[in-house]
Design a protein around this ligand. Sequence first.
Ligand code: SME
Length: 166
Amino acid sequence: MTYTDQITGSSAYKEGRYEEVYAEIKSVISDETFQIARFASVACMLHQAFTPRFFWTGFYLVDPDKPDELVVGPYQGTLGCLRIPFGKGVCGVAAKAQETVLVEDVHEFPGHIACDSRTNSEIVVPVFDEAGALKAVLDIDSEAHAAFDKVDRHGLEAICALVFGK
Ligand code: SME
């Protein structure tokens, strides 16, 4: 691995790194039953694996008391906004659609919530429980333009499936 690989995130580099991180995350969280410990460990391990390409890495959780609102959960990075209604910003759009949203240029995304003006691209992946209910979204921001592609989508969707998995 070279520093350039880390910065640019070439596809071959990313595919290999996602495979390694998937196995590491699975091994670390598999015996843990406290859900916040699982979310926090995933955020930490992903952020460490892909820094500096990942500038903000963390979860927004579906608020059990307000099921159409996200509240910030475990994350790594600069201060994130605390609450995001479903349908607002990239996170809220992904939560409402229950689908991954990949944004190459956040400045072109209507309603993007700029928690940190250094962010230029973003990917948000839904997290479901064993019954298929939406529990959270994984939000990753990058200072790079168009930092995320289908390799990230595939790798991150697999990792999000581990959060409530065995
Ligand atoms: N940019 C996000 C808000 C969350 S922060 O970036 C940490 C959005 O538009 O949903």
